[in-house]
Design a protein. Structure first.
Length: 193
């Protein structure tokens, strides 16, 4: 009996997967620094695709959202193999252990080869959705929908915002008394009132 699979297509699929993995390893090695050197933490978290831009990575470091081995770090901190990186970004915490240090941004298949992800699972999408968000394409809310949203937000029914009072009004809705208006228009202050 032969050790080779009977299906030649399965054999070629395994070969192509192995070739893709080898190409990923070569690409990651080419993106890394010379031996023994470290890479800035902001460049590393950007290059392994934990954040979208390097500016976001640097801002997260400055804001204290990035910790390496439990310590808050600045963007220029040098990350090395074996460091544990904790990143709070977009409402969740990512915990990764550095397997390979790279400086250049690489594709997702190569990026996942550069770290071990020990992050807790993301929260379910339903739990994250804020109250009062309408479905895309639902159109303008009806009066009933608006009242339901206000009730969810905790606003009192019937008010669309803070109530402004300009003093006593007559039945027609105009302010009573024209003395205030005439005093303002004359430019002189009067002590009679």
């Amino acid at each position: 009996m032969s050790d080779r699979p009977a299906d030649p297509a399965a054999d070629s699929g395994a070969d192509s997967a192995a070739a893709a993995k080898a190409a990923a390893v070569i690409a990651a090695a080419g993106a890394g620094p010379p031996a023994g050197q470290s890479v800035r933490i902001d460049a590393w978290i950007w290059s392994v695709r934990l954040v979208k831009t390097r500016a976001v990575a640097a801002t997260a470091c400055r804001g204290g959202h990035v910790r390496v081995n439990g310590e808050r770090v600045k963007p220029a901190y040098g990350v090395r193999v074996g460091d544990e990186v904790r990143l709070r970004h977009e409402g969740r915490e990512r915990v990764v252990v550095v397997k390979r240090v790279i400086r250049k941004r690489v594709g997702p298949p190569v990026a996942v080869e550069c770290y071990v992800d020990n992050s807790p699972p993301p929260p379910p999408r339903e739990a994250v959705a804020p109250a009062g968000i309408r479905d895309r394409g639902a159109g303008r809310p009806t009066k009933r929908d608006r009242r339901d949203m206000e009730r969810l937000r905790g606003m009192e029914a019937g008010s669309s915002g803070p109530v402004k009072s300009s003093g006593p009004t007559t039945g027609a809705g105009a302010p009573t008394g024209s003395a205030g208006a005439s005093r303002r228009s004359s430019g002189r202050r009067s002590s009679e009132s």
